[in-house]
Write a protein that binds this ligand. Structure first.
Ligand code: ATP
Ligand code: RIB
Length: 312
């Protein structure tokens, strides 16, 4: 039977512009390439990744009462995501992210959180009535909602998966104790631990620090084109990324952690799960946009074959 994953996180509409270069302070840059509106938000990207990879996905988030919310709902429904716990705040617009994507695929993102800021403990408690097999959180919603999800997961003995983005120095990480996996990217790792994961030694130190604070069973650092650093509480492994033409890295982290968590909840092998997540993330970076770049299970399997050969 399919595992049911409850994603407690954010939903945004992304306003995306491809740019040759980002402007300096006080500078206006004319950029004639087209712009687009693409469904995004860390939570929605991960929920879409779970759904496309085959999970029974339940999405708990907050949107406004506006056109963007209608478009987002339509997409989630068409992807088979259970949106009974996607609620509406009448006074606040749906979250919006402004994203600049440079020619090398790197992005810069500013998020207007809007309705995401209204997700509350009560919404989260309500969503737990779906009887999830796993709970997945990110930090793009109020701390109180993240902490409530962690507490309900613990009380009900449901495995908790934490994508630590976007991180803040003062986030009370210790309140997420007992997580199955915690996974920050390089910036989040530095913000949360004070350690820049630029060497094996520093990666290991950062993982030990995070594991000590959160009592997480596994810490997986996302290291961009360098791949990921997987720590199981005793040993570490490095999973290199795949060489692919990079279009846009937006949502790579969201897809990676969702794929990692879903593979892990099915088989319980953290290293295998990180390899699977690396395949999914490689496809994501080779495509444009957030929701538009998230692969299906079939696509991940096909990509794996091109790497390992058809008999793999
Ligand atoms: P985002 O760009 O969505 O904010 P992130 O910073 O949260 O992503 P990254 O560490 O950049 O997370 O990427 C997550 C995973 O995606 C990496 O661990 C790696 O496997 C894959 N990845 C990222 N960048 C590249 C790349 N340039 N080439 C191949 N794979 C990549
Ligand atoms: O991780 C990428 C996402 O971050 C974008 O889709 C944007 O909405 C922001 O939440």
């Amino acid at each position: 039977m399919k595992k049911r994953i409850l994603v407690v996180s954010s939903a945004n509409m992304d306003f995306v512009q491809s740019v040759e270069r980002v402007p300096d302070a006080g500078e206006t840059v004319i950029e004639s390439r087209s712009y687009s509106y693409v469904p995004g938000g860390k939570g929605a990207n991960s929920a879409l990744a779970f759904a496309r990879l085959g999970a029974d996905t339940v999405f708990c988030a907050k949107v406004g009462r506006d056109d963007n919310a209608r478009k987002l709902r339509k997409l989630y429904e068409s992807e088979g995501i259970d949106i009974r716990f996607l609620s509406e705040d009448r006074e606040t617009p749906t979250g919006l992210a402004s994203i600049l994507v440079e020619e090398n695929g790197a992005n810069r993102i500013i998020v207007y959180p809007g309705a995401n800021e209204k997700l509350c403990e009560h919404d989260v408690e309500d969503a737990f009535t779906c009887y999830p097999d796993g709970v997945f959180v990110q930090l793009e919603i109020p701390d109180s909602a993240v902490i409530a999800a962690a507490r309900f997961a613990r009380e009900n003995k449901i495995p908790l998966f934490v994508d630590a983005g976007p991180a803040r120095e003062d986030f009370p990480l210790e309140k997420l104790f007992g997580a199955e996996i915690i996974s920050p990217n390089e910036t989040e790792c530095r913000i949360l631990t004070g350690i820049t994961p630029d060497s094996v030694d520093n990666c290991l130190k950062a993982c030990i620090r995070l594991a000590t604070i959160t009592e997480a069973k596994h810490v997986v650092l996302k290291l961009g084109h360098r791949g990921s650093f997987v720590y199981d509480g005793k040993y570490y492994n490095i999973v290199p990324s795949h060489k692919v033409p990079v279009e846009d890295t937006t949502a790579a982290g969201d897809v990676f952690t969702a794929a990692l968590s879903y593979a892990y909840i099915q088989k319980g092998d953290i290293l295998e799960s990180a390899r699977f997540a690396t395949l999914a993330a490689a496809i994501c970076v080779s495509r444009k946009g957030a929701s538009t770049s998230i692969p299906t299970l079939r696509e991940v399997k096909a990509f794996a074959k091109t790497i390992r050969g058809p008999k793999a």
